[in-house]
Design a protein. Structure first.
Ligand code: HEM
Length: 319
């Protein structure tokens, strides 16, 4: 990640991490999400729904969740000249590059293409002049005095980590709801909330299953000694299925207590985009599409794929 995308805040610790985390907070704070982004999320989602209104079928991954997620990220990053398809594609290119443990030169070259395209868009946004009320990641980092390298690395981090997860959560939750007519009825009657469904779904099928770590100091856990510099995977999805905290963890149960689940991680690197993601998914994407197409039904089988990033490949629907 550091080699291909530059060293972003997720690959820093202590004071170096805190400085950058503090710098991006004005973009992703609950207040900015509520007062700046949520209205933009709604307007962009309405346009996507208007485009679907003339149709009778769709794939909720490609035709809804992907552009909803891409449009939100365009606003948050400041890269509004990009298309949502381009946002999805550069995000995937960087994810593939970071997971390229075998060192395939083609994957690496494609990743560099994606980062070059993002860099060109960033330069374009900056050269247009940043307005005082611009709350994008680009603008707030520049105002906070972060270097050009820091600014660019953190925008790439937000793109590699902020596109797939909302996309996969939106499409996956819609599948889970459409499979359960009683749940849909309960949502309509307000007996269960979209927030409860979101929290339980992201526990059950975590959009990010794991994140790599390097052991920084000798550590002993549960009979295992970890030596300095050992590389490990921290398994969010396993924690979210821990029988000690969740009865029958493989069951999807929106009424359960999910307070012990960690789909957004935990500790200093807890997802900086968690409030934006909740607003986009819970307040905008789910209620808006289910209100627009109340008789929507599944139109084929749904398969999930991925381990580090997990989501439905396709969610075919008709209405
Ligand atoms: C459902 C949606 C999302 C999920 C499940 C999710 C999950 C996560 C997780 C598990 C981490 C921690 C990774 C680690 O500890 O190694 C993380 C970090 C992060 N996420 Fe998210 N994320 C989501 C949406 C977003 C969005 C929309 C953005 C940006 C707009 C974003 C930006 C970030 C950033 C910047 C970090 C790094 C924070 C730091 O290092 O301090 N995420 N996310």
């Amino acid at each position: 990640m550091t080699k291909l995308m530059g060293q972003n805040m997720m690959r820093k610790d202590g004071a170096a991490h805190q400085t950058e985390r503090k710098a991006i907070f004005p973009t992703l704070s609950p207040k900015t999400v509520q007062t700046v982004w949520e209205a933009q999320f709604k307007a962009a989602t309405q346009k996507i729904l208007d485009g679907l209104a003339t149709r009778r079928t769709a794939d909720l991954v490609k035709d809804f969740a992907m552009p909803v997620s891409g449009d939100a990220l365009k606003a948050i990053t400041g890269l509004t000249q990009m298309t949502s398809q381009e946002m999805d594609s550069v995000s995937q290119g960087m994810i593939d590059g970071c997971a390229n443990y075998a060192g395939d030169p083609e994957v690496e070259a494609r990743c560099y293409d994606c980062t070059a395209s993002i860099d060109a868009h960033i330069s374009n946004h900056i050269s247009g002049g940043l307005k005082d009320d611009d709350m994008s990641l680009i603008a707030v980092q520049q105002r906070a005095g972060l270097s050009d390298a820091q600014l660019r690395a953190n925008v790439k981090l937000a793109i590699s980590g902020g596109q797939n997860e909302p996309r996969d959560a939106i499409a996956g939750i819609l599948w889970a709801i459409l499979e359960r007519p009683k749940l849909q009825e309960a949502l309509r009657e307000g007996v269960v909330s979209y927030l409860q469904v979101f929290e339980e779904f992201t526990r059950w099928i975590s959009p990010i299953g794991m994140s790599p770590r390097r052991i920084a100091k000798p550590y002993h856990y549960n009979g295992v000694d970890f030596a300095i510099d050992t590389r490990i995977f921290l398994m969010f999805s396993s924690a979210n299925h821990d029988e000690k905290y969740f009865d029958d963890p493989n069951q999807f149960d929106p009424w359960r207590d999910t307070s012990k689940s960690i789909p957004f991680g935990a500790g200093p690197h807890f997802c900086a985009g968690a409030w934006a993601a909740r607003s986009l998914i819970v307040n905008v994407a789910l209620p808006m599409i289910l209100d627009a197409f109340p008789n929507m039904t599944l139109n084929g089988s749904v398969e999930f794929s991925g381990w580090a990033f997990r989501g439905p490949v396709e969610v075919p629907v008709t209405w």
